[in-house]
Design a protein around this ligand. Structure first.
Ligand SMILES: [Zn+2]
Length: 385
């Protein structure tokens, strides 16, 4: 007998190019069957998915979950796994001096499946622009040590998937430390064979100069921000350097955040067929009660901007699974994969939602997680909605 069945839902599994009614069985933490009907088979628990959408558990490539150490940190479980992001990647909250605590006290104790990008600054995001004292991690280049970063990565290869750097004038001595820090991140990336994720809002470098230092599989996060070093020319056109970066295999991620997502910038870019590779939330303490809320809400904003649901779900399942090189295991409901899934309700009506610039738009259509399954067990039921 299987542990769990989800029956009758519309399954959207972009990794398998599936969008059809399928029943899914979970057993011993994994996907055990994916068939047209399980009606004649027993299961310890059955979820009636009729009228609902079943998708692989979402992967959020950009969150901040080092609560108690980084002022940005949130408890990952209520906002990640309980809201359908069964896997999340901490984007640089910790550096080589502080990663040990992230591993031991957060990653190993949370229900959300967690990975990390290591901040090139050994202190990570302990203080910074929104906190007292207002001292960013790139203010003093003595906090950056390539050997320390490489040693930390080599000792934690199972969890550290890349390097994170935040390029902003207010974190990097008015901007003068930005390029030296980026070159050190490049050196650590080359020594470990891992990608770099770059935060660009308020960078003094300009996006073309940043992109010139990036290689295949590196990631620009906060793609649709409206500050300095954005993707658009003042004319509104997507910069030619950005187009060439995509051709070179550089990835563009949403990273909504508190200050980094503009409906207007996104709309202008999408109108020029410049789509994000991945949709992430950048959830942290200053945006979890708005404008971000959770990853499903960020996905919903892209439905509002015109993406079809299967395309939007691909950007939080199959594509980020490939980015973190876990595509056999995560981001799909292929038989044998991890038993992580989310059942959504597709809602219609009127839901006003702000972007990071204070602009509010009325969503007519959005998705809400109803059930979340992690390792084959139901961990959240939002059935009252
Ligand atoms: Zn962030």
């Amino acid at each position: 007998m299987h542990d769990l069945h989800i029956r009758g839902a519309r399954l959207i599994d972009p990794a398998q190019n599936l969008d059809e009614r399928r029943d899914v069985a979970f057993h011993s933490g994994r996907v055990a069957a994916l068939v047209p009907s399980l009606d004649d088979q027993p299961a310890a628990e059955v979820i009636d998915g009729r009228g609902l959408i079943l998708a692989p558990g979402m992967i959020d490539l950009h969150v901040h979950i080092y609560q108690g150490v980084s002022h940005y940190g949130i408890d990952p479980d209520p906002k990640c796994v309980m809201r359908g992001a069964t896997t999340a990647v901490d984007a640089g909250s910790s550096g080589a001096s502080t990663f040990g605590g992230l591993r031991r006290y957060i990653i190993e104790t949370s229900a959300t499946r967690l990975f990390a990008l290591l901040n090139i600054s050994c202190i990570g995001m302990v203080t910074g622009a929104e906190s007292e004292p207002d001292v960013g991690e790139l203010e003093d280049l003595r906090h950056l040590s390539v050997p320390a970063a490489v040693r930390c990565i080599e000792a934690n290869r199972d969890l550290i998937l890349g390097i994170k750097i935040r390029l902003s004038d207010n974190l990097a001595a008015g901007g003068k430390n930005e390029m030296p820090a980026l070159l050190l991140a490049r050196e650590a990336a080359a020594a470990t064979g891992l990608p770099i994720m770059v935060h660009t809002p308020r960078s003094t470098l300009g996006l073309p100069a940043i992109l010139a230092e990036l290689r295949r599989d590196d990631i620009i996060t906060h793609t649709y921000h409206a500050r300095e070093s954005g993707i658009l020319h003042p004319s509104g056109d997507v910069l030619p350097e950005v187009r060439r970066a995509v051709e070179r295999g550089i990835l563009f991620d949403v990273g909504h955040g508190q200050g980094s997502f503009s409906y207007e910038v996104a709309r202008q870019a999408l109108a020029q067929d410049f789509l994000p590779h991945t949709i992430s939330s950048d959830l942290h303490r200053y945006n979890l009660d708005g404008p971000v809320y959770d990853l499903a809400t960020t996905v919903s904003k892209f439905l509002h901007l015109g993406l079809e649901l299967p395309d939007a779900l691909r950007k939080v399942t199959a594509t980020p699974a490939t980015v973190i090189k876990r595509e056999q295991e995560l981001g799909t409901l292929r038989v044998g994969a991890a038993g992580d899934a989310v059942v959504f309700r597709e809602c219609t009506g009127s839901r006003p939602l702000p972007d990071s610039m204070g602009r509010v738009e009325e969503l007519r259509r959005w998705i809400e997680p109803v059930y979340v399954v992690r390792a084959g067990k139901v961990v959240a039921r939002h059935v009252a909605a």
